[in-house]
Design a protein around this ligand. Sequence first.
Ligand SMILES: *Cc1c(COP(=O)(O)O)cnc(C)c1O
Length: 424
Amino acid sequence: MYYEFLQSHMGINAQVASFVAETETTLKEKFNSLDTIAGVNQLKILQAMQETRLSDTHFNGSTGYGYHDEGREALEAIFAHIFKAEAALVRPQLISGTHALATALFGNLRPGDTLFSPVGSPYDTLESVIGIRNATGSLAEYGVIYRQADLTKDGQFDYNAIHEILDTAPKMVTIQRSKGYSWRPSFTVADIRGLIQCIRTRSPHTIILVDNCYGEFVQTDEPIEADLIAGSLIKNPGGGLAPGGGYVVGKQKYVNGAAHRLTAPGLGGAVGPTMGMTRTLMQGLFLAPQTVCAAIKGAILAAAVFSRLGFDVNPLVDDQRSDIVQAIKLKNPENVLAFCRGIQKAAPVDSFVTPEPAPMPGYAHGVIMAGGTFVQGSSIELSADAPMREPYTVYFQGGLTAPHSCAGVVYALDELYKQGRITL
Ligand SMILES: *Cc1c(COP(=O)(O)O)cnc(C)c1O
């Protein structure tokens, strides 16, 4: 019915529709196990809300300084509960994942300290935060030294290089869970746990931060062994409803460091108005496991469809997932454009516009971004991004419902097909 409707009512080519339909039938078992993960995460969030005694009164927002905002305190207690953390900072004033990460870094690093990435180069926007790429106000400008151990050729931790740097006892380590815009495996929670164990053994005083963007609720556990975890509310944990915001959770002392950086030294987390957003943030969090599950169904379908057509995909259909991102090597810029235009056509908002590559603040290359989203830039909603550089890899993610995420795959394929870029 679903694929027939796409074909008979939405202008999708018949061969495209049946190719995707056929592919989807092979994924039933995988989809079932995703439902199980979503179920566990749903219960985890339910329990956190119950134990925090979440109540209607928490949805009254605050304005101005936001002193004694009980809703904000409840939201932070719920995040802390979910991440088994001492404290949380969950704020609409954190405008993105980059901002949450920058706040955690600046709040805990001081001039002369070393920040170490044992997982190769960080996400593009972190390059300017750290100062790998020149930027006003970067950590480098404040005299923070950055070191990096690249991954091995097959994308694994290079423990020789890691040990060598750990022996210098860096102040802080940053571990990126998701691949971001790179072709490496996303690390599972178990991978990260192993790496954290190694860091604790060799350099026990190092503060460990995990960039958890795109990773929340993909597995039944989170990298809770870290001292700090940060992410964006317009990705997984906002459930598609959060109109903005970010989070930092972890040890009280380090979350405090971030809070005093976010507001002002001396103020910390005691201020910060929620301006009427608390109910939506709570509701989004509550829906997040289901939304994440929907997004991963689309990602797996994309992997299955495009690998069947001979494109390299990462992760593979059978790989364990640790984030919602599906990378597909489309080989040339024309394919990238067609794919992204297909995604745009599948959007509920701005379906009639044509995405073009453009320079983006924080990114070194031109980037094409497709996504007609209810929340600007939300990438838990159906979206695709591609830096316009070799080997023309597109990153597909999101979808508030599984039928929409899967429609994204159909529309992208349809566009490639109609432009004569693939044969079925
Ligand atoms: C999205 C993302 C970020 C932060 O990006 P924002 O667009 O600022 O939210 C950082 N790291 C990773 C791995 C990401 O996926």
